[in-house]
Structures are given as C-alpha cells and as structure tokens.
Write a protein that binds this ligand. Structure first.
Ligand code: NZQ
Ligand code: ZN
Length: 389
C-alpha cells in the first residue's frame, strides 16, 4: 500500500426531504448567492420551488444562472463569473447533476481571479482560492458532489478538460434519493455506468497489498450491479435509489483510492469522445471501458481474474485464467446492455473517421501518456478506439 493523506471535508446531508434544509445550511456561509441549475428538470419536478422557499425562509438572496448543458460549457461559466464579481456573491449553490456542479466549481475558481479560469484547465497554474460551492444532487453519477474535480468543455476547439483541487470540495451536499425518481431511464443508465467506471478506474492498479480497498471496491460494484435493475424497473424505489446514491458518492470521494493509484485512461479517452460528439459521459464510458480492458488484460491477468470471480461470480479455472478474465469483461458488457447502453462507438452514432484526431488530442499530439495501470501512447489510444468500433 502507498502512503496517503485522506480528508474529505464535504458534509453529506442524506435522506428524504433533506432539500428543505438547504437555506439553513447556505446561510452559514452567505446570504447573497448564485443559484445555478440546468435545463429545467428542477422546475418540472417542483424541486426549484422547494429550494427557493427554503432559501427565502433563511433570509438568503440569490441571483439565478440557469441553462447548464450536459458537458458544461465554458461560455456559461464566464457568465457566472461575471455575475459573482458584479454582485459580490458569496457562494454558488448547484442544484442538479455533475454538469451543474462542475460548472459551479469553475465559477467558484474564476470569481476570485483576474485572469482566465480556462488556464487552470490547460494546466497553466493552479487555483489558490475559490468561492464556496454547495450542492443539491439530482442524479447519482459523476460523484462531483464530494469530489475535487470539475470537467468543462471549451466550445472553441471542443476541448473537454478537468481540474482537480481541494479548494472546490463542496462545503455540503444534499443527497435525497427521492430526487432521482424523475430521471429518464437513459440518464439512470449513464449514471450507473459512470459510477461503475469510477470504481473500475480505481480497482485496476499496480499497487500491491491493497486488499482492504479491493474488497470495498468490489462491494460497491456489487451494490450497483445488484440495485440497478430495481431503479430501472421501479423509478420510485426509494431503497434502491438510496443504495445507489450513497454508493455513487463513495465511489468518487477518494476513500476507495486510499493507498492505491487509479488508472483513469478510460476517462481521459471518454472526455475526447464527449468533447467532440457531445454524448453523455456514462454512455461513452460503457463503450471505452470494455475496449480498454481487452487492450490491457495481459498486463495483470491475475487482477482481472480476481475481478471476474469476485464481482461477476465467474467460476475459477486455474488452467485457463485468460478465459475467466474474458468472461468477466463479457459480463460487464452484458450488464451495460441490460441497462440499455451500447458498448460500441456505432451505438453512440459515431463512425471511426475521427479516431486519429481523438487519439491525437487525448495525448496532446503523442507528448503525454494516459493512464497508470498501463501507460498509453497515441498509438495505443487509437487501438483501443478501434477495438470499440
Ligand atoms: O439540465 P436538466 O434539465 O437538469 O437535465 C439533466 C441533464 O439533461 C438531467 N437530470 C438531472 N437530474 C435529473 C434530470 N432529469 C430529470 N430528473 C432529475 N432528477 O440529466 C441530464 C444529465 O445531467 P448531467 O449533470 O450532465 O449528468 P451527470 O451527473 O452524469 O454529469 C455528467 C458530467 O460530469 C462530468 C462528466 O464529464 C460530465 O460532463 N464528470 C465530473 C466528475 C467530477 N466533477 O468529479 C467526474 C466524472 O467522471 C465526470 O467526468
Ligand atoms: Zn466519470
């Protein structure tokens, strides 16, 4: 196991009706805030009314910035930064999914600097301060509700890039599983694929003697696999949503990464796909992950065998470990199909004609490698994308 430091400062407020507490919690930080949300689901569900009533009751004033799109755009972030500076706002409240939360985090970093927040996404400098961010989560998926990450798409060049900083951990996140009842089945599936991917990115590591976190990761994967059919069949199954929502947060709050080094190549490759084609992140991961696995399988066959046996209940065959591992990958593909996701680029409506471009962008023109489990150069990324065709 590697040395590590672990602290996740996000206060989690979990359960039925918890959005009623948002005003009280926000007022601890500021009574003059930016209320940030997406394309209208929170108005259709009645959540907007409940959140604003709670803010009013706590004496919190707000300015609204709606219209965050999935794969959130830099241009709206710039608008939010202007509003925060102009009105001297003291907190950004994100009500929505990973896209709204990531956009809020970008605004939080950009509102306290003179320069361009996009520089951070290009790796030019790191934030030293940020406004506080808080969230009311409406979809278990990205894990942004208690992560250090923000992923933004710059429409100029369609580059999708991430920043990680301890400064943008949300101060608190309200997790009410009831808020997921209104999700369309496709978004449910994308969220599930993303959560599974956050677990698998961490699972495939070169660090040895990480048995404790191996088991935690396996248990979390099994929880997601076990509960997914329930929420897809019965969208208002509170108990199943509660399991998925909490597991989804734990999957990405870095507890399960303690003492190990995750891979993250599949995420980097997927960000090129959703950056260029604007597909849902989870749908892209369902295509990339199985292909990545087939490409790196031989690097540590034992780890794949362990995963297949423990997570997918594949029968052990000591004489043919490769077959065991391949059955595990096949079961993952079957799982994605069972929740309504495709596992080939063509399922996303993507032909192979821009594979070279994606591989080139992902590796900055073959000047950097992706991943830690196996380091991938441009050629390897190209190969994985062709495997996904
Ligand atoms: O915009 P609205 O109308 O709210 O609709 C959204 C959106 O269309 C809808 N939705 C959300 N909650 C709903 C709902 N519809 C009905 N009822 C509800 N309760 O769902 C759609 C997708 O929302 P989005 O926020 O885009 O989903 P998700 O949470 O999957 O976020 C995806 C983004 O997060 C990034 C991804 O790259 C992607 O841009 N990620 C962020 C990470 C982080 N910050 O740590 C890590 C992840 O790996 C990921 O990269
Ligand atoms: Zn993800």
């Amino acid at each position: 196991m590697e040395n590590f430091e672990f602290q996740n400062p996000t206060k989690i407020i979990f359960g039925r009706g918890t959005e009623e507490k948002v005003g009280h919690e926000v007022a601890k930080y500021s009574t003059n805030i930016l209320l940030h949300y997406g394309g209208g689901s929170i108005k259709a569900s009645g959540l907007y009314e409940r959140v604003t009533a709670s803010l009013k009751a706590a004496g919190v004033d707000w300015i609204e910035l709606a219209g965050v799109k999935p794969n959130p755009r830099l241009s709206l972030v710039q608008e939010g930064i202007k509003l925060c500076k102009q009105h001297k706002l003291g907190l950004i409240l994100a009500v929505g999914g990973g896209s709204v939360i990531d956009s809020a985090k970008a605004i939080a970093m950009g509102s306290v600097i003179e320069g361009d927040v996009w520089d951070f996404y290009l790796g030019r400098g790191a934030p030293v301060d940020a406004l506080p961010v808080a969230t009311v989560l409406t979809i278990p998926a990205a894990g942004s509700e208690s992560s250090t990450g923000t992923v933004i798409t710059n429409e100029e060049g369609w580059l999708k890039r991430a920043v990680n900083s301890d400064l943008i951990y949300p101060r608190f996140s309200i997790l009410n599983p009831e808020l997921a009842f209104t999700l369309p089945a496709f978004q449910v599936a994308c969220g599930i694929a993303d959560i599974m991917s956050h677990l698998m990115e961490r699972y495939f590591t070169n660090v040895s003697h990480v048995s404790f976190t191996d088991h935690l990761l396996e248990a979390t994967m099994k929880t997601i696999i076990g509960q997914a059919p329930f929420v897809l069949k019965t969208p208002n199954d509170y108990d199943a949503w509660a399991e998925i929502m909490w597991a989804g947060t734990i999957a990405h709050n870095n507890l399960l990464n303690t003492g190990r080094v995750g891979d993250w190549a599949s995420h980097d490759i997927e960000h090129e796909i959703s950056g260029i084609y604007d597909v849902a992140h989870g749908a892209g991961l369902a295509v990339v992950f199985p292909a990545w696995m087939k490409h790196v399988l031989q690097h540590d066959l034992n780890r794949f065998v362990q995963w297949a046996v423990r997570v997918w209940n594949v029968e052990m065959d000591v004489y043919n470990p490769e077959a065991v591992a391949l059955i595990g990958i096949h079961k993952l593909e079957e799982f994605f199909h069972s929740i309504g996701l495709g596992t080939e680029l063509s399922d996303l409506g993507i032909q192979g004609d821009r594979i070279d471009e994606m591989a080139n962008k992902a590796t900055d023109g073959d000047t950097r490698t992706l991943g830690n489990f196996v380091k991938l150069n441009e050629k390897a990324v190209r190969k994985i994308l062709h495997l996904a065709e």
